[in-house]
Design a protein around this ligand. Structure first.
Ligand code: ADP
Ligand code: MG
Length: 356
């Protein structure tokens, strides 16, 4: 359906310096594929999507869609944009139009749909994304997750063949990520061709037929989720997909802000979709800080989560400590609550690690 050949993009900055963001991108995309594009920031993922629908015309190379070279001079961009919808991180809704008006605008203007038909279709789409009851309100009264669901419905209203999503959940409060991802999951099942730039590793693995790992302006690695996540060929891919999220605290006296830590743990658990572990993490933290390791300061506490494997750990490190601070009774009671308890000397001290 889409063929991309030797695509490059070079920007010229106001100071005259040039920056080549896309170097030599090549790929073929079949109808019905759901492709997630992952990779470090600044590697050209957004530029790639924007080049695909000619928001950012490429410097060199060709893009073929349904057998037509869209990079050719004079190719009708309206036709292209109708085929290829785009959903942005920042929603881009018309603030002075109601939800329903946002959705019917483009079909009426560009597809010349009769108003009644456009409205009926819009309501159908709003029901699909769970927003039908908000049809008559203005975007300002919606939450970020609701705005994004409206933006998705708006893009669907043009009957696109492909939808490009550029980090559709990055601007959202963590509590709203789920509702938007579930709408995208549902679309993926419907057979629509989609390219999704995302940082949500597990979502990408679950929803995609293929993953592009972009790095340094090229598609560095291209494969099934299994290949990319379980057997990556390149070490850069491996390092990226196995990256560990963490929060770290140096606790050097009893005057630390425990409420702040609690709030941070809460947000962390929501962000990485592990709210089920939150109460246990908090209970263990209190047990360790207030009881078993009460007299041990300074202490470094780390909460880590490996998104891909779903492994969450609390890690307590004390310098110059030579043996475990846990009594047999403490060890027993903790073990019953968690998956694995590791007590180990480190080069600088001693660590107690609780895997939950
Ligand atoms: P990603 O989406 O992977 O984070 P982007 O495609 O947004 O990366 O950007 C890649 C690089 O291109 C960045 O260094 C960015 O500063 C630069 N860039 C993007 N758009 C422009 C532009 N319009 N003019 C100049 N530089 C740009
Ligand atoms: Mg980007």
């Amino acid at each position: 359906m889409i063929q991309i050949r030797h695509l490059s993009k070079t920007f010229v900055n106001p100071d005259g310096n040039t920056i080549t963001v896309l170097k030599d991108v090549n790929c073929d995309i079949e109808k019905g594929e759901v492709i997630s594009i992952i990779g470090p920031s600044g590697t050209g993922k957004s530029t790639f999507l924007r080049a695909l629908n000619m928001l950012e015309p490429p410097t060199t190379g060709e893009i073929w869609v349904d057998g037509e070279n869209i990079t050719q001079k004079g190719y009708p961009l309206n036709k292209l944009r109708q085929k290829m919808g785009m959903v942005f991180q920042s929603f881009n809704l018309f603030e002075h139009k109601t939800v329903l008006e946002n959705i019917i605008y483009a079909p009426m203007e560009l597809l010349k749909s009769p108003e009644q038909q456009a409205k009926e279709e819009a309501m159908e789409l709003l029901r699909k994304v769970g927003m039908a009851q908000k049809a008559d309100v203005y975007p300002a009264s919606l939450s970020g997750g609701q705005k994004q669901r409206v933006a998705i419905a708006r893009s669907l209203a043009m009957h696109p063949e492909v939808i490009l999503f550029d980090e559709p959940t990055s601007a959202l409060d963590p509590t709203m990520v789920g509702e938007v991802l579930s709408v995208i999951r549902q679309l993926a099942k419907s057979g629509l061709t989609m390219l999704i730039v995302t940082h949500e590793m597990r979502f990408a693995r679950d929803v995609s037929t293929r993953i592009f790992f972009m790095n340094e302006g090229i598609i560095y690695e291209d494969g099934t989720p299994e290949q990319i996540y379980e057997h990556p060929v390149h070490s850069a891919t491996k390092a990226f997909v196995n990256r560990i999220q963490k929060i770290v605290y140096e606790i050097d006296s009893d005057n630390y802000d425990f409420l702040q830590i609690h709030t941070d743990i809460n947000r962390f658990c929501i962000k990485y979709n592990i709210t089920g572990k939150q109460d246990l993490a908090y209970w263990l933290l209190k047990e360790m800080l207030f009881t078993h390791m009460r007299s041990l300061r300074p202490l470094t506490f780390r909460l880590t989560h490996t998104e891909l494997t779903g492994t969450t750990a609390l890690d307590f490190m004390v310098e110059h400590l030579t043996e475990s601070p846990l009594t047999d009774a403490a060890r027993e009671s903790i073990r019953q609550q968690i998956k694995e308890l590791i007590e180990e000397p480190t080069t600088r001290g001693f660590r107690v690690k609780l895997i939950i």
